[in-house]
Design a protein around this ligand. Sequence first.
Ligand code: PMP
Length: 371
Amino acid sequence: MSVTRLPIRADLRGVHPYGAPQLDVPVLLNVNENPYPPSPAVVADIADAVAAAATGLNRYPDRDFPALRADLAAYLGAESGATGLTVDHLWAANGSNEVMLHLLQAFGGPGRTALSFAPTYSMYPEYARDTFTGWVTGRRESDFTLDLPHVRAMIAEHRPCVIFLASPNNPTGTALPIDVVEAIAGAARGAGPGGADAVVVVDEAYAEFRRTGTPSALTILPRHPHLAVSRTMSKAFALAGARVGYLAAAPDLVDALRVVRLPYHLSAVTQAVARAALRHSGSLLARVAELRDERDATVAWLRGHGLEVPGSDANFALFGTFDDRHEVWQGLLDRGVLIRATGPDGWLRVSIGTPGEMVAFRAALEEVLGW
Ligand code: PMP
């Protein structure tokens, strides 16, 4: 038997790949997916678009995908009320994960530091690791809000290249008030490496689920050339399997991302699928409204049973706290309901499913907790 002696990077030795357990159980409420598969009309349109794209698959796709970027700009304007978005303000990649990797490839690197505030999305430190960017986290308060003096002090101390702000945040579900985002964007001016502006990334993966009256950071984009708003088609568009994430920012910032992307990173098939789904944004967003109602009902039900639940603007809710969250998680799994034990100790996170799935979740939790 040969012994492998691969030259694995010292910082990757013994590290396991990231990922939630993918278990085969009836009720999957663990990775914040949209529970509704694309409708037959959406499927038919996607199938036609893929067939058309297939006729040209001997050629490389359009490297700069202007048609998709134009469609995304139009969608964002309609969804958020943002004005002035054009092809040049948009970027896309295989999931918003890849968009954020592009950001750190362009703006991070050895000797630089990315900053975020925990608890937050657990992939950020991995983007930093993979780009040899230092990683620092400040704190969120006990209600998961941000304390501006603390944020300002962390920025001044670490002079970050990139600041990640998830809003709505995963795993807490909480959105940042727009004046807080604006204040952080102000504090980031000239506060990056060598006196450059730190890039402020507002990760709005769950933005379409925000409650009425919660504005998107897209509305303040024109005032901030160092602001980037990241979105995804994985959640509201029910397209997690297609892998399409995107970003809006000033054209200079987008141009920096174009330098680091691999050539033809977005396949012709992916571009066709995304454009077909965008043609159905109206009907897809109607489903989002149903999920928001179900989310509000779930939050109210959990609170009604005396649990703590931070106000959620996402398609999931964090709830707790439990002395032994693993026991509760396991009890639900034994009843066929998979949720996620994530976030600070004592908390659990449930994604919002169909009404039937939420009935199953509530029934299982009642049994587990002896309500
Ligand atoms: N940001 C946040 C906050 C997320 O929770 C997720 C996925 N769970 C992503 C980004 C990445 O999503 P995707 O790569 O599918 O666009």
